[in-house]
Write a protein that binds this ligand. Sequence first.
Ligand code: BGC
Ligand code: BGC
Length: 598
Amino acid sequence: MRNQTTTERDLIAERIRAMSLAEKAGQMTLVEFGSITPDEVADASIGSVLSGGGGNPGDGSARAWRANVEAYVAGSLRSRLGIPILYGTDAVHGHSNVKGSTIFPHNIGLGATGDVELVGAVARAAALETVATGARWSFAPCLAVPQDVRWGRTYEGFSQDHDLVAALGAAAVRGWHGDDLAGSGVLACAKHFVGEGAMAWGSAGAQRHPWTDWWDGWGPGWQIDQGDADIDESELRRVHLAPFRAALDAGALSVMAGYGSWRGRRLHAHQYLLTDVLKTELGFGGFVVSDWMAIDQLDEDYAAAVALAINAGVDMVMVPFDHRRFIDSVVTSVDSGVITPTRIDDAVARILGVKAALGLFDDASTAVSVDVVGCSEHRELARAAVAASLVVLTNRDVLPVGAGSVLAAGQALDDIGIACGGWTISWEGAAGNTTAGSTILDGLKRVIPPPRLRYESDGGCPTQRADVGIVSIHELPYVEGGGDRADLSVDAEQLELVRRIRDQVDDLIVVIVSGRPLLIEPIVEIADAVVACWLPGSEADAVADVLTGATPATGRLPIRWPRNGGCSVDQRRTNKNDSWPIGHAVVLADAEHKSEDT
Ligand code: BGC
Ligand code: BGC
């Protein structure tokens, strides 16, 4: 951020002097829109409103979004001091809650592109779609450096290579902010601070707090997510802090604290990390926001939990439901001396400073038309990103696909919801026709028109033969700890389909639609080529262009890929010979196909 001028600092100080303690606490409050009305925003001087995962107003369209955001902004302008709210949302791969928006590949796919410029352009396009709906804050990018791929948030990280995460994360921040933060800029949020990629399997259970009971219906999830990172400080800094340092250098002005803990101490209550390291040592001048209900985990006594977080350095709290309880707790704790007025004024100054940098005090409305949401230019960019993200894991002279008949099979070839994964339209995401876009099959039909191409989701009649088989395997959408999985083996039914098609074709190509490496040894043995497509999003048809060679395959593994079930999926304990390393890809460009690492 450019430095604030003396006048801007004076203006903010003046505003703070004019505020009551309750109004200051209001500015520190982030509420989900379903739990508050625009009038309540005005009455309580609320600072921020969000749409959580799947928090879609009305019919979920861009127009409904804009009307909704504008109603809340208008509410805030009616408050006593007329301070505009900041509206936030998880636009984590495009403005991905909004129906009809452009859904870009999840970060792991962008990591496979290794392309700083592309990632910047993707963030800029996502920013335009976000600002078009009135929202000026995205809870992105996620700067996790996932070590154990059994983690349900692996796909939200760009890579296991922290230098790459740093470079792409910084590019994303610049893209979100754009050249004119106060114009069409969207505030990025570097998350989740810090070390979440190092949380250990089984460490989440120990942290369970009564409020988490609601997730019992989710089965065995939450093994890693919200768990503990038991690593020493030098590793924490070298691997996990580095991307945040790069994001701050790129101008990041909001940082979200992580749900988990470092060596047993909750990150939301970690004064050393939030205040001493982030704010003092790294000079972070923006604000720290807490994660969804995260402070509730700090103490059974809510007011004590609030005080712990704020004293540790949290400036804004994603409550997200009961704003009254939060504001009252802050007021009580300041009155009783548990939180100092200075800490409150510092938090509010940080929040107002960011609002000023976004130009909200001059004009809280948006000049970008909703027509940019899902526009053809952005879909074209998404297509380029998808093509650049594919990683050819193996190839025995069958790629690119030549002439001859093709039998395509597998649910994921023709399913937008599966291609998009979690954080799409709903929090968890869902299989099926959840939003507009194109599938891998649409692309195959375009480049290999019928009758050469035949698609049978379940493989069709076993006696039908073809020269080439293209079969997909996939993970169904999941999110956060609900996606923590002990066993990353390929689903038995999908494996069976691959085996059946093997017998019906001469050459077999398997494409994997997943948020992380799966254990594919039985498939590698029988397939002539295996291609990782990650979670490509709404423009998955671009996969076909790479399979036919119309677009070169340039993606490389952003993460180590275990080769067999015998090797641990905890990457820190994986023997090098048991996995394809970061950077692995089979080059298709010329006749001499070779693996770079062999
Ligand atoms: C919300 C998400 C949120 C999650 C918290 C869901 O109900 O929709 O936005 O991230 O709860 O774990
Ligand atoms: C997630 C965050 C997200 C927030 C709001 C939390 O459950 O951890 O990444 O930004 O919900 O939806």
